[in-house]
Design a binder for this molecule. Structure first.
Ligand code: GDP
Length: 426
């Protein structure tokens, strides 16, 4: 059995969807194992351009079975919109090629509402949530106050469970936030609608994955966001509420014993970060606007302008380490083509001393980036498909980053399209 995880090494938006779309051809099963509709994986292929939020990017491969594991925040409303969208563009989605874990918890309408209410309460101290209900969802899950998707098959028990949850949740809505309570009728109507829509896709994905593994099928785990957003290892509290690391893939997928033997870390050729929180190498002013425009750095879910900066080798090396990457894909190299000289953050200065170690989250605010300039190539490389055709300065940039990250870069992406990449040769 071949197992591989494709994960983000930075703050997310590295181009994981693009890499899963490319590499899923070689895998029988593609599994999303954490996160929800709060970030988008952009995929450009023969069917069109998509911003997938929950559907695994293997959905475009006719031979792949796609799984949403128990670790995801299963938002049936968003998922259904996404299924209808890809179907309208000619993509087949059926219980044969999409299997949803019956152990995944449902993200309910009140999770989205609570997310908005809490950001409103925090005002200028907000975390920069995408208001998709992800933080309230995962905190409820850890309090064991969510509904498992499989409960849809036990209507009497489900009704009782919803009544209990409603009573509890209305205390928070009304007493903490002064908002209107949710009614049982609304909840039941929502469940009847979206629950029925996703029911045909539900199954015990653990059993499915175990038999796939026994039959020697290959498994590809697809992560959302990046290492620096991991709940335990990221820039806490400006993290997401789930574990974005490859190490969590087996647990969140339904096959806890399947250790990925290959971990492909996706690294962007420069840095971007959405929302609040410390971002040591951030660029400002005209320089930042130019890079943001060149890279089209606006959130796939929210359209928010992303904060931008040079590649941060300190943060990226940390990301490589916590992800346990076996190889890397360096994306968006083409975007740097306009720069005469390319800034690179080689290390930080903290407390007047240089450091190459990524600091504890509370110290990040005091870290200063130390920048080195590398030679630019100043031309459009998006049409290049072979290593030897890349300008020498572009090859040097890739080699330099590889050496500093101490992990082999295998894929160099030069455009959003499926075939716009180069295999790194040494
Ligand atoms: P993900 O969440 O990690 O999948 O990343 P996003 O989809 O949020 O952001 C990546 C963006 O960059 C998308 O718009 C992709 O189409 C685009 N993209 C991916 N790889 C490349 C590349 O090599 N060059 C360019 N110019 N765009 C790319």
């Amino acid at each position: 059995m071949k197992t591989c995880a494709i994960v983000g090494v930075n703050w997310g938006d590295e181009g994981k969807g693009r890499m899963v779309d490319l590499l899923s051809e070689r895998y029988d099963v593609v599994i999303r194992y954490q996160g929800g509709g709060n970030a988008g994986h952009t995929v450009v292929n023969q069917y069109g351009k998509f911003a997938l939020h929950l559907l695994p990017a293997g959905i475009f491969r006719p031979t792949a079975v796609n799984v949403l594991g128990n670790g995801v925040a299963l938002d049936p409303e968003n998922l259904w919109t996404e299924i209808e969208d890809v179907r309208s563009k000619g993509v087949q989605v059926s219980p044969e090629n999409l299997k949803i874990s019956d152990r995944a918890s449902l993200l309910l309408p009140w999770h989205r509402e609570l997310d908005g209410l809490e950001e409103e309460r925090l005002r200028d101290r907000k975390y920069g949530s995408t208001k998709q209900g992800i933080a309230p969802f995962y905190s409820d899950k850890y309090q064991k106050k969510t509904v498992l998707a499989g409960e849809l098959f036990y209507p009497d028990r489900l009704r009782e469970h919803l009544e209990e949850l409603l009573e509890w949740k209305n205390l928070t809505l009304t007493r903490v936030y002064g908002a209107a309570p949710c009614s049982m009728e609304e909840l039941i109507a929502w469940i009847a609608d979206y629950g029925e829509k996703i029911k045909p896709f539900l199954c015990d994905t653990g059993t499915f994955l175990r038999s796939a593994a026994q039959a020697g099928k290959s498994l590809l785990f697809e992560a959302q966001l990046g290492a620096l957003r991991d709940l335990d290892y990221g820039i806490w509290p400006y993290t997401t509420s789930s574990n974005t690391l490859a190490a969590y893939a087996p647990v969140g997928s339904g096959l806890p014993t399947a250790k990925p033997d290959q971990v492909i870390g996706v690294v962007k050729a420069y840095s971007t970060c959405v929302g609040e929180g410390p971002f040591v190498c951030e660029m400002f002013g005209k320089e930042a606007t130019r890079l943001r425009e060149a890279g089209g750095e606006y959130g796939a879910k929210t359209g928010r302008p992303r904060r931008v900066g040079p590649i941060d080798l300190v943060a990226t090396r940390y990301g490589v380490r916590v992800q346990g990457t076996t190889e890397l894909a360096l994306t968006k190299l083409d975007v740097l083509g306009y720069m005469e000289q390319i800034p690179v953050c080689t290390h930080y200065e903290l407390g007047g001393k240089p450091t190459e170690e990524f600091p504890f989250p509370a110290a990040l605010d005091q870290a200063k980036p130390v920048i080195e300039m590398l030679e630019g190539w100043q031309c459009d490389i998006s049409g290049i498909r072979s290593w030897k055709d890349l300008p020498e300065a572009a090859r040097s940039y890739v080699d330099y980053v590889e050496e500093k990250l101490a992990c082999p870069i295998r894929y160099v992406s030069v455009g959003p399209d499926r075939d716009a990449y180069v295999i790194h040769q040494r």
